[in-house]
Ligand binder design. Structure first.
Ligand code: PEP
Length: 297
């Protein structure tokens, strides 16, 4: 996209004026994450998909957004080797999240690991933990994921905690869904955090049905809404109604510009976690369509 031009994005009707001078962030500007109110929160998970050129392309696109809608908060999850580029080059009103973090509570001899305090020092504001690809390929248990979330919170990062069920588990019906999402994944998190309201205020749950991640198959808005409500009702019963009402629950699984509006119109969907589309122009359409969906509530 050319600086200073009016660009049509994707198939939608919304147009963005690309700013002449993107406002860059800096490590300093990022220190001290503030979450204001219950904004709809959209995360871009770049997975392990970016080389340096692709990172520059994505950052240029995001820095070119004229203004982020007031009702929406955005963060990006670059792969570890690109975190510093993002914390320095990405505009300060888009937060940076790691894609994981270690459980340790200090710097030290932990080769290959990432202390949450180090991520915070680098300018990260969030740590994403428990993505299904890590649960699957790194065999991460719900207890380990919960310990990572607690470690991130302890160092002042927000924690985005991914939960979700497989296709077989969804086909097993409500009792199996409850066992996986609530008795296992959410219960492990509750055990690690207790019902400390201030900890939960910095948690975002990303509900991502595993069968919908990277497959092009999305949960329907009704399916996603029903599962988000199930999670919120559980939080209300176990932790309290205020925590439940304030908790942001993102939907993730093949979200696209074409599906974002209807999903965002659902009362219990408080954001999206976007994989594949976060690498493309479609991410901008997702943001504008989410804003339109919020107005339909
Ligand atoms: C993800 O990586 O968390 C994700 C939801 O991916 P996708 O949007 O590609 O399904």
């Amino acid at each position: 996209m050319m600086a200073g031009t009016l660009c049509a994005v994707g198939v939608g009707t919304v147009m963005y004026l690309v700013a002449n001078k993107p406002a860059k962030g800096s490590k300093k500007a990022r220190k001290g994450r503030k979450t204001e109110g219950k904004k709809f929160i959209i995360g871009g998970n770049w997975k392990c998909e970016t080389n340096c050129a692709k990172v520059d392309e994505i950052i240029t696109r995001l820095n070119g957004i004229e203004s982020i809608p007031d009702a929406i908060e955005i963060y990006c999850c670059p792969p570890f080797p690109h975190l510093a580029t993002a914390t320095i080059d990405l505009r300060a009103d888009i937060a940076v999240s790691s894609q994981d973090c270690g459980v340790m509570e200090k710097y030290g001899a932990f080769t290959g690991d990432s202390f949450a305090g180090m991520l915070k020092d680098l300018g990260c504001e969030w740590a994403l933990v428990g993505h299904s690809e890590r649960r699957q390929y790194q065999k991460e248990s719900s207890e380990l994921v919960a310990a990572k979330a607690a470690a991130a919170l302890k160092q002042g990062l927000g924690a985005v905690v991914c939960i979700g069920e497989s296709k077989t588990e969804r086909e097993g019906g409500l009792s199996v869904m409850k066992k996986v999402l609530l008795d296992d994944q959410m219960t492990a998190l509750l055990k690690a955090l207790g019902n400390d309201q201030s900890a939960w205020a910095n948690v975002v749950i990303a509900y991502e049905p595993v069968w919908a991640i990277g497959t092009g198959l999305s949960a329907t808005p009704a399916m996603a809404q029903e599962t988000h409500k199930l999670i919120r009702d559980w939080v209300a019963a176990k932790i309290g109604p205020t925590t439940a009402a304030n908790l942001r629950i993102q939907y993730g699984g093949s979200v696209k510009g074409a599906t974002a509006k209807e999903l965002a119109a659902q009362p219990d969907i408080d954001g999206f976690l976007v994989g594949g589309s976060s690498l493309k122009d479609d991410f901008l359409l997702i943001i504008s369509e989410a804003e339109a969906g919020l107005k339909m509530r």
